[in-house]
Design a binder for this molecule. Structure first.
Ligand code: GCB
Length: 844
């Protein structure tokens, strides 16, 4: 047994800040778990203070005492007994402080940790599409060691390095590098041992070196060995070796460190793609952010593990820890599960020319590499993401300013590349680019080994098919560049459903359409060595205004990790074991015209043919790209269907409604319509389904006149603004403008008519930078006023939404109506165009 003692130091810290009164918290902790989703861009960015006492027993006098942070965002300052011990810039890598000298033995010692997440021009990221949650959001460790010990307070955060410079199926070499520190006041002789265990846990080698080390000195001791027939690490067989290094003096083991490692080799060929251990392997997976619903970035390890388990269960073999190094647990679990990793530092969107910014970026890269070096799962070190995106969209910068910015960005990329290769010549370097020629013309794309393209064709730029064309052009122009698709994906909100998906409608169906197309286009091209969906899960981004404000909804799973349909689609494309899934977890309520109109049911399966059975019939269909679509007649009411392929089956109940019968049933069930939208929307609180809109036809219901409202983005319907005063943003974001009437052919009786509106015209103070299209917001329309008549009676005169309620605010008005046999809601314009977002009709 060594004498090093390692324990978490997470419990019962006193926390306070300018905006938080003193309270006791446990780590991991962030102070932004709530306000980033309530206040948007105004979430608290400032200084938080954690304090507590540490009692140090007398016997600690012959120990070294360290505090190890796994991550704390973003500047951390540690004080012990009011003495400043040190400061660490950067929120995503670990660091260790040696606090031995500041401690009073046999006494209470005051610890104070200041953490500051204010914007800081010297620390990356300067800006990015995610939240910079403040706090000590990963585990904190208290470590005591004997005076003679392995180096702990360094950029490696105490890690020792295991390199595997040569690996083949027949033999491998491995090198173990340790650093020993003598904090004693005399010279001492010691033996350093390294013992190696095979993946089955059997010890098979002990290496030894003797050393004499001077007081106060730090010595590097390394071992190099060869091994026959290594048991290789791969996603299919993630076999891990283990190394234990020990310091022995006077026959006593003083210190021990342990690390897993593995043997594998790989290459990314610009023509043929990726090879692992000599075997071709297309890399398919996702990016992953580290935050979670309700918790911000302060996750218990179990939730980190669960994400990667879900990624593996999806059939993926790859993950990009976008956009920053993640919890140490992440790399450990990826080693164990067999996921290949691209890990990167958060140099994103913009850089400054300041020396300090460059230094911190380089330091982050050194820390990430040294801390996570031994993980066989990691194959690529990333060092920049879309570094020119701010510049490209900045119309205030002069040309010389732009040129200077480009120059410093290219210089920094060069420096990052150099540091990375010096520390780790055996892995690939990579950077992620957005769709812009500047990366080529500036030369920055020539710096790393491989290029990742973040491509949003079919979303920010038009045309799903443009994706493959773009890749072919790049490949032709730069045939020696291995290409990877580092991001792709549309926003998708499970409340929004349709069988007629369109770009920007946020439907799950459009998410399926886009991912399917991208998968096909990548699989057709050997030279693209892999792809990572954006993003594994929905994540917090305070400036976003999507279907859900402050959330980037491009996840394959929701922010709480409940699965979207697309997750199962990937299983159908990637899993080898038989799978089948009836899509539509959130699309169980189906509205079709009548008995002749068919219900569309989508099945995901990796079988070539699947069967769908209803209570009446059985149908079969071939799958294409993992999908079989059945269009079948179903009676109104609940219908259970079962999909089968060989041994596997899955069933789901769909509730079918015929639109032609809806007005006749208003007495039993209110009719709720998502006016101006081709999608249906489910309010998760009331359970109401706001059905897709339709034109009026006799005996039924629908709109008369007007057009679907289009605000921005290539004539995409609706607005993506955050509608105030509602959680049902999508319902208010789509609308019909210039509408003349909304009619229902109902029977005589008393009704409630609810009209819902939002004034969409306002000038967004900041355009969404990720909108890569060139369309501008239309100028503000100042006045919109209209009257509303129901069955010929004026119920609302001069409704001016902006004046009476404010812009982009949800407005709901319910009117009591007596009807002799129809309901006719007329909209009469005074100035500007009439407008309505949703309508609900209930019978009393
Ligand atoms: C990107 C960025 C990523 C964003 C994503 C998006 O290209 O690299 O950070 O979150 O686009 O959703 O717009």
């Amino acid at each position: 047994m060594g004498q090093r003692q390692v324990q978490t130091f997470n419990s019962a810290w006193k926390f306070s800040s300018e905006v938080h009164s003193e309270r006791i918290v446990d780590l991991p902790h962030t102070w932004n778990a709530e306000d980033a989703f309530r206040d948007g861009k105004e979430y608290f960015r400032g200084k938080g203070t954690y304090s507590r006492n540490l009692y140090t027993p007398q016997k600690w006098q012959n120990k070294q005492v360290f505090l190890k942070f796994e991550g704390s965002n973003q500047i951390t300052r540690l004080y012990v007994n009011e003495q400043l011990i040190g400061e660490h810039p950067g929120g995503y890598t670990g660091f260790v402080f040696d606090i031995t000298k500041a401690l009073k033995p046999g006494a209470e010692n005051e610890l104070k940790i200041e953490v500051d997440n204010s914007h800081n021009a010297d620390i990356p990221p300067l800006d990015a599409d995610f939240n910079f949650y403040g706090g000590i959001y990963r585990d904190l460790w208290l470590i005591t060691t004997p005076k003679l010990h392995f180096e702990t307070a360094n950029e490696a955060a105490g890690n020792f390095l295991i390199t595997t410079p040569e690996v083949s199926a027949e033999k491998a070499t491995y090198k173990i590098e340790t650093r020993l520190v003598n904090s004693l006041s005399q010279r001492i002789s010691a033996t350093i041992e390294a013992e190696i265990f095979d993946p089955q846990g059997n010890p098979f080698k002990i290496l030894r070196k003797k050393i004499r080390i001077a007081p106060g000195a730090t010595e590097a001791i390394s071992f190099e060995e060869e091994l026959r027939d290594p048991q290789l690490w791969s996603p299919a067989r993630p076999q891990l070796y283990k190394a234990e290094v020990r310091v022995i003096a006077d026959g006593e083991i003083l210190d021990i460190l342990i690390s897993s490692f593995g043997f594998r080799w790989f290459e990314a060929d610009p023509e043929k793609g990726f090879f692992l251990n000599g075997i071709p392997l297309k890399l398919i997976g996702a990016n992953r952010h580290q935050d979670h619903f309700g918790l911000g970035n302060a996750l218990p390890n179990r939730l980190h593990q669960r994400d990667y388990e879900m990624i593996k269960e999806m059939g993926a073999n790859f993950i990009r820890t976008a956009h920053y190094p993640q919890d140490p647990e992440v790399y450990r679990i990826c080693d164990e599960l067999g996921l290949l990793v691209w890990s990167e530092v958060p140099v994103i969107n913009d850089v400054t020319a300041s020396q300090a910014y460059h230094d911190v970026s380089l330091r982050m890269q050194r820390e990430q590499i040294l801390q996570f070096f031994n993980h066989p799962s990691i194959i690529m070190w990333g060092h920049m993401n879309e570094i020119f995106i701010r510049l490209v969209f900045n119309n205030k910068m002069t040309e010389p300013e732009k040129a200077a910015k480009i120059k410093t960005s290219v210089e920094l990329a060069g420096k990052l590349e150099k540091v990375t290769k010096e520390l780790d010549p055996d892995r690939l370097t990579v950077m992620a680019l957005h769709e812009n020629e500047l990366y080529n013309t500036s030369g920055i794309a020539d710096i790393p080994d491989v290029i990742g393209w973040n491509l949003y064709f079919g979303w920010y730029s038009p045309g799903l098919e443009s994706f493959g064309k773009f890749l072919d052009q790049q490949h032709e122009r730069y045939p020696n560049r291995p290409l990877f698709i580092s991001e792709y994906g549309p926003g998708a909100d499970v409340r929004i459903q349709t069988t007629d998906p369109q770009p920007w409608d946020y439907s799950e169906a459009y998410q399926l359409k886009l991912h399917r197309s991208y998968l096909n286009q990548v699989l057709e091209r050997d030279y693209v060595f892999g792809m990572a969906a954006w993003n594994f899960a929905d994540f917090g981004s305070s400036f976003r205004q999507d279907a859900m404000p402050y959330i980037n909804q491009k996840g394959l799973v929701n922010f709480d990790r409940s699965k979207k349909d697309i997750y199962y689609y990937y299983q159908a494309r990637l899993l080898e074991e038989p799978m089948i899934y009836v899509a539509g977890e959130n699309f169980q309520e189906r509205y079709v015209e009548n008995a002749e109109d068919k219900v569309e049911i989508t099945i995901f399966s990796n079988a070539s043919e699947v069967t769908l059975t209803t209570s009446e019939e059985s149908y079969s269909a071939k799958t294409e790209d993992g999908i079989a679509i059945f269009k079948i007649p179903l009676p109104e009411g609940k219908n259970q269907v079962m999909a089968t392929a060989g041994e596997v089956s899955h069933s789901r109940t769909f509730e079918v409604h015929y639109r032609e019968n809806l007005v006749g049933r208003i007495g039993k069930k209110a009719l709720t319509i998502n006016v101006g939208a081709h999608v249906q929307y489910k309010d998760p609180v009331t359970g109401e389904i706001w059905i897709a809109d339709q034109e009026y036809k006799e005996g039924s219901f629908g709109y008369v006149g007007g057009e679907v409202f289009q605000k921005d983005r290539n004539k995409i319907q609706g607005t993506a603004s955050d509608i105030q005063g509602t959680e049902n943003d999508p319902l208010f974001q789509t609308m019909r403008e210039g509408i003349e009437a909304y009619k229902f052919d109902v029977e005589k009786g008393n009704y409630l008519v609810t009209l819902m509106f939002a004034e969409p015209q306002f000038n967004a103070s900041e355009a969404l930078i990720y909108n890569l299209s060139s369309s501008e917001e239309k100028p503000e329309k100042t006045v919109r006023s209209f009257d509303i008549m129901i069955n010929g009676r004026l119920v609302q005169q001069d409704l001016n939404l902006a004046r009476d309620y404010g812009k982009i605010r949800a407005v709901t008005i319910t009117y009591e109506v007596q009807s002799e046999g129809e309901i006719n809601v007329e909209f009469v314009e005074n100035s500007g165009a009439t407008l309505i977002s949703a309508i609900k009709l209930e019978k009393l």
